[in-house]
Design a protein around this ligand. Structure first.
Ligand SMILES: [Zn+2]
Length: 237
């Protein structure tokens, strides 16, 4: 469970990037493995939900928030159908000015040049009940950006996605997990209800609503460890 400084009790948040056959284990999981993970959560009585659908005050132990960063095309092709098979939904944090393009914000060969979902994919996932959250406009390091540019990325991406989807965009995720106090204030001021960082969930810690922690899941996590975390969370940790 995640406790906030405001007294909210939130479900655990899982954090993925890619789900694709042959994916590098550092950036994603095989569809068969993802399916196994989601089936386990379902057998344990969990419902996978989006961050938008969190009810902050009740600390429901039957839910787990599932999130994806960057908006890779394979989320639409592989993760979405597996989530739907289990009756789950998720939040996909998209880079609003990169839709339909490639991940070109890094030169790391494992992460760059990967196809991203286009506007039609995002509209379809939204129609199916998935949440499209903001991951900025161009995926900059917000901790190093001048405030005026950071504001443009944070507020502008919200406007871009709201125009695209015709709904309010309530959640944000920091590119590279990088933040500053100024960036957190901009995110709060832009009207986002929650923001996810890449801080690790720690039992007993308290987190800001605009700096929520998570559990990162990649192809490097053995299934037994995923199962262990799932059981711990169900026990209230
Ligand atoms: Zn990212």
């Amino acid at each position: 469970m995640i406790r906030t400084v405001d007294g909210d009790l939130l479900p655990p948040i899982l954090y993925y990037h890619r789900v694709a056959p042959g994916v590098h284990p550092g950036v994603g999981v095989e569809p068969s493995e993802f399916s196994r993970q989601m089936s386990l959560l379902k057998r344990l009585g969990y419902e996978g939900i989006s961050l938008r659908d969190v009810k902050g005050e009740n600390g429901d132990r039957k839910t787990v928030v599932i999130t994806f960063d960057d908006g890779y095309l394979d989320n639409f092709q592989h993760a979405g159908p597996i989530l739907q098979e289990n009756g789950f939904r998720a939040t996909i944090f998209c880079v609003s000015k990169k839709t339909g393009g490639l991940s070109d914000w890094t030169t790391d060969p494992v992460w760059s040049g990967l196809p991203l979902m286009d506007k039609g994919h995002l509209r379809e996932l939204h129609r199916l009940g998935f949440e499209i959250g903001s991951h900025s406009r161009t995926h900059p390091d917000l901790s190093r950006l001048p405030v005026s540019e950071a504001r443009e990325e944070i507020e502008g991406s919200r406007r871009d996605l709201e125009d695209l989807l015709g709904t309010s965009v309530e959640t944000f995720c920091y590119p590279y997990g990088a933040f500053s106090e100024a960036a957190i204030e901009l995110v709060r001021g832009a009207g986002y209800r929650y923001a996810r960082s890449v801080l690790r969930m720690k039992w007993g810690a308290r987190y800001k609503r605009h700096l929520l922690p998570c559990r990162s899941v990649s192809g490097k996590m053995p299934f037994i460890r995923f199962a262990g975390y799932s059981l711990l969370y169900r026990a209230g940790f």
